[in-house]
Design a protein around this ligand. Structure first.
Ligand code: FNR
Length: 186
């Protein structure tokens, strides 16, 4: 059965290593799996309940939510900021969480963190998992991906991952996430 996944990117900068991971994923997807990027989270205003009440949800959030609803699973690809989830990503999740038809409820989610540090954003993963408990997302436990010293595993000109062990790990994880999604999907 074919599946569609969407990637939610936690970094906004042009040269982002996490963006390179997200860009590499479609090439590593198993047969029948398509992977598409969600729109950038960079244009989303800071969450404000008054704004939500007066003007509703930003168009960017409605669009991301609809694409998540249409997808079979979501792959969150993000750096770690100060041992936690980048503010921009948390802001996007905060907006999504207030939608009546909250799109992450029951949705299979895969977390991928990468950083220039040795442990690849491991601390962010557990904060993100905690947040996703409240959203009732179905986060896959294992295999994990924590891309440490990620700058040494990409070709920045090409804008993609090139290190073979990392490519193999990502491909294996995508295959496991496909099986997991077929198992838990509503
Ligand atoms: C970082 N960085 C970082 N790295 C890490 O391993 N643990 C951390 O807690 C942090 N904290 C942190 C905070 C802030 C505000 C910035 C800007 C950076 C470094 C981070 O891994 C590095 O900048 C990555 O390159 C960010 O990912 P992208 O933008 O390349 O995808």
């Amino acid at each position: 059965q074919p599946l569609k996944f969407v990637t939610l990117l936690g970094s906004l900068r042009k040269g982002s290593y996490n963006a390179m991971i997200a860009r590499t994923l479609p090439k590593l997807a198993p047969e029948g799996i398509t992977i598409e990027a969600l729109p950038s989270i960079g244009d989303i205003p800071l969450y404000d309940a008054d704004v939500q009440q007066e003007s509703g949800f930003p168009a960017s959030i409605e669009k991301i939510a609809e694409q998540i609803r249409q997808a079979d699973g979501v792959i969150i690809v993000t750096p770690e900021y100060n041992y936690s989830v980048p503010g921009g990503l948390k802001n996007a999740i905060d907006w999504l969480s207030r939608l009546a038809d909250q799109p992450l409820a029951g949705k299979p989610v895969l977390i991928q963190t990468s950083s220039m540090g040795a442990i690849g954003g491991a601390r962010c993963q557990y904060h993100l998992r905690q947040i996703l408990v409240f959203l009732d997302a179905m986060v896959m436990n294992k295999p994990e991906f924590m891309g440490g010293v990620i700058q040494s595993k990409v070709d920045s000109q090409l804008g993609e991952v090139i290190e073979q062990a990392t490519l193999d790990h990502l491909a294996g994880q995508l295959s496991a996430f496909s099986d997991y999604t077929r198992r838990v999907k509503k």
